[in-house]
Ligand binder design. Structure first.
Ligand code: FES
Ligand code: FES
Length: 205
């Protein structure tokens, strides 16, 4: 069965007809020629297909396109402005956050998404309990330690284990935009750097 759907992809309105079994990843890549999300495993295990769906990180290979009528989808293709790289892309280059062409878009976009999640106070598996309240109900103000970054990025796996410098690249992106640069990242950096409700300074280290 085929269904016509509309999607907002990287701020461009798109419409297409899809078989109801088509994943969001296949719709993006094969139908809309948005090739930044990569098909690594097609089983939700590698993160190469990571996109932001309505502002939240998802593995697009696990989402049926037909269920996303009208959704806002952003991919690594929409990160830069066409002229300049996004700060997260820049710091992956600067810090040599080495990944192959399959893994890099998912890693970079997952990093952007996970900083937003951390700034919103969404805890991870390694977030210590009892560090005060975060910015919203059910949230906590956490210290964005290297352990936190690794746990939050653990959904992005590659076959070769080339993860050296990714934590450094993400940390650099946070610090870089604490005072200048990308507005979206600056807001995240400021939120993470704000004093915690328990009076302790700085949520990054
Ligand atoms: S291709 Fe989607 S998680 Fe691997
Ligand atoms: S960096 Fe892509 S498989 Fe390792």
């Amino acid at each position: 069965m085929e269904v016509e759907i509309a999607l907002l992809v990287d701020e461009v309105q798109r419409s297409l007809t899809v078989d109801t079994r088509t994943t969001l990843l296949d719709a993006l890549r094969n139908r809309l020629e948005v090739t930044a999300p990569k098909k690594g495993c097609d089983h939700g295990q590698c993160g190469a297909c990571t996109v932001l769906l309505e502002g939240r990180r998802v593995n697009s290979c696990l989402v049926l396109a037909v269920t996303q009528e009208g959704a806002d989808v952003t991919t690594a293709q929409g990160l830069g402005d066409g002229q300049e790289l996004h700060p997260m892309q820049e710091t992956f280059l600067e810090k040599d956050g080495l990944q192959c062409g399959y893994c890099t878009p998912g890693q970079v976009y997952s990093a952007v998404g996970m900083l937003q999640e951390a700034a919103a106070g969404q805890p991870s598996l390694v977030t210590a309990i009892g560090r005060g309240t975060g910015p919203g109900p059910g949230t906590v103000a956490m210290e964005l330690t290297d352990e936190e970054i690794r746990e939050r990025m653990s959904g992005n796996l590659c076959r070769c284990g080339a993860y050296v410098n990714i934590v450094a690249a993400i940390r650099e992106a946070i610090n870089h935009d604490a005072s200048t640069g990308n507005e979206e990242l600056r807001e995240v950096a400021e939120t993470l750097a704000a004093p915690r409700p328990d009076g302790q300074a700085g949520a990054t280290s």
